[in-house]
Write a protein that binds this ligand. Structure first.
Ligand code: TXA
Ligand code: MG
Length: 321
């Protein structure tokens, strides 16, 4: 199969929509990462998503909507807090887990009774959902075990020959996957941290929220969080002071080393690359490190970055080999 990267003209969006309507799947940009979409009511196409990604069948997909009027089509017993949060954060990098409607095929959310819903803040995603005329289920458009793609090129690297269309919306502005908040338990639980923070959510609803402890065997968790995630080939070293940094750099060769930092480091060091440490480019840096056979990635966690749970979570996962 030929895989084409298409600019998102009206014509190409119509082509992508008709591809989805004929039971196929299409990669499209969102503000977080690229998604691999199928119509939520099309079991056959949803099965293709699992096959193409090599995704475990017990890992549910997120439903992407373009208008709040679509919520009633896919969910039921929707608590008012859903709309309180939607009014503040939709469209945006937030997924809300609520009760699934029976008319939605089980495969859309791995036979759970719940469904994750988000409205992406990207014009191409919204236009595509509108053109299809129904919500799209979409996981990140990477092969399972690779970092989520933040450019059309990343999608091509992973899925060339396996899908026909990648809509190109340029680099994703957020760069890490959405915050996932479970509204079916009390207190509400963040299943996956992201760009929208616990504090922002708590401020919006004026009640405390918990972080889930991954795989603690109790309560509800995001099934996706239990799988081994992507780890770059390089060894990852975390430092959080100039002193630690200096010590670390003495133990590794400067060749084949990336340093990810927001703190200015001494010009005496000349690693292969010094890159900023930020959500937008973290996954791209990991992909690049692998491509260039980088052996060491030194990550400088300064005080501000330590507060960023979304970024820390992705770094932690990348360290687990
Ligand atoms: O930003 C994003 O969320 C991106 C873009 C494409 O929208 N999507 C994404 O999808 O990251 P995926 O499939 O790679 O990750 C979905 C996460 C998984 O950890 C999954 O277990 C969790 O959301 N999830 C989805 N539906 C759920 C549900 N009903 N209950 C609990 N967790 C759910
Ligand atoms: Mg994913």
């Amino acid at each position: 199969m030929e895989t084409r990267i298409l600019v998102p003209t009206d014509e190409n969006i119509r082509l992508a929509a008709s591809t989805i309507q004929s039971s196929d799947i299409v990669a499209f940009p969102t503000e977080t990462v690229y998604g691999l979409g199928a119509s939520i009511f099309d079991e056959q196409a949803i099965q293709k998503i699992y096959t193409v990604k090599g995704r475990p069948s017990d890992n549910p997909l997120i439903s992407h909507i373009s208008s709040l009027s679509q919520v009633d089509l896919i969910a039921e017993k929707i608590p008012s807090v859903f709309y309180d949060l939607a009014n503040v954060f939709f469209p945006g990098p937030l997924t809300l887990v609520v009760s699934k409607k029976d008319s939605v095929p089980g495969i859309a959310s791995a036979n759970l009774s719940t469904i994750g819903i988000r409205m992406p803040n990207h014009p191409v995603a919204l236009r595509l959902i509108d053109a299809v005329g129904s919500p799209l289920v979409a996981p990140s458009a990477n092969v399972s075990g690779k970092p989520s793609p933040t450019t059309a090129e990343h999608v091509l690297t992973d899925l060339e020959g396996k899908i026909s269309i990648i809509l190109d919306g340029g680099p994703c502005s957020v760069g890490i996957e959405s915050t996932v908040l479970d509204l079916t338990v009390k207190p509400f639980v963040i299943l996956r941290p992201g760009h929208i923070t616990k504090r922002q959510l708590e401020e919006a609803i004026k009640e405390p929220i918990l972080f889930s402890t991954v795989n603690n065997g109790e309560g509800i968790k995001a099934p996706g969080m239990k799988y081994r995630h992507y780890a770059p080939e390089a060894s990852i070293y975390i430092v959080s002071s100039i002193m630690e940094f200096d010590q670390q750099m003495k133990t590794i060769s400067m060749n084949n080393t990336f340093v990810l930092t927001n703190i200015h480091i001494s010009p005496t060091y000349e690693p292969s690359q010094i890159l900023p440490l930020k959500e937008e480019t973290l996954f791209a840096a990991f992909r690049r490190a692998d491509k260039e056979h980088i052996q060491n990635i030194v990550i400088f966690l300064d005080e501000d970055t330590k507060q960023n749970m979304g970024l820390l979570n992705r770094i932690e996962k990348a360290r687990q080999k």
